[in-house]
Design a protein around this ligand. Structure first.
Ligand code: FPP
Length: 225
């Protein structure tokens, strides 16, 4: 039987370059990137073999960007979640934030809570949105939450992470070949795909082609064929 991409994770890179190539501001690229988030999420929701889609929207390192860009991204996230609430519900998509949300403004946290609560009974695709997320931070928080347990095991640490599902297929757009502190634990046996396509141009047909290729890969998980 071919591999099923039950958990697809994406590093959405290239919004800024996409906009600059068009002579526009980087924020225009993020705006367009949000459209791609909607299109890719909808595609995944319509393909039932995909159970989890995890998207890297804002990293623990992204705070180093210019204040104006960070503020724009915060407002865009809030606007996106508000306007897409009905898309989640109509598509039977459960929204799950991952990352340390404590740093966000009260209004953004309220919208995150609202969409998470509203979609909690949806049993189709789970969209995990990584917000103020860094894999090292996630692992340290998980380890700290277990510090009073006698022995930490692979299973107990996995279960204490924000994202408790192993990744099958990890894609990075935008041409760079690195993981940038994304799902380091969960991607231990993921198949990695890198594309030069900038995130705003990443369309469902390219995802479909990557999945087709993924299905032909022999996954051995350290064993033999
Ligand atoms: C990295 O590439 C991308 C980000 C830091 C932000 C990702 C945000 C979105 C895809 C849009 C908003 C998300 C949601 C869920 C509404 P970059 O834009 O810094 O690109 P560059 O490498 O070309 O500079």
């Amino acid at each position: 039987m071919s591999n099923q991409p039950r958990h697809v994770a994406i590093i959405m890179d290239g919004n800024g370059r996409w906009a600059e190539m068009k002579g526009k501001t980087r924020t225009f690229g993020h705006e367009q990137g949000a459209e791609t988030v909607r299109a890719i999420t909808t595609y995944c929701a319509q393909h039932s073999e995909i159970e989890q889609l995890t998207l890297y929207a804002f990293s623990t390192e992204n705070w180093k960007r210019p204040k104006i860009e960070v503020e724009f991204l915060m407002k865009l996230l809030e606007r996106y979640l508000k306007s897409e609430r009905s898309t989640y519900l109509e598509g039977n998509i459960r929204f799950e934030p991952i990352g340390d949300l404590s740093i966000f403004s009260k209004s953004l946290r309220n919208v995150i809570d609202d969409v998470q609560n509203a979609t909690s009974a949806c049993n189709g695709l789970v969209q995990n949105l990584a917000l103020n997320y860094g894999s090292r931070d996630e692992i340290v928080r998980a380890a700290n939450s277990l510090k009073n347990t006698e022995t930490i095991t692979v299973e107990s640490l996995s279960a204490a992470l924000d994202c408790t599902h192993d990744v099958d297929l990890l894609i990075r757009t935008g041409g760079d070949h690195r993981l940038s502190n994304f799902l380091l634990w969960q991607a231990a046996y993921a198949e990695l795909f890198f594309t030069n396509t900038l995130w705003p141009d990443f369309a469902p047909n390219e995802l479909e082609a990557i999945i087709k290729k993924f299905k032909t890969v022999e996954r051995r998980f350290g064993g033999l064929a």
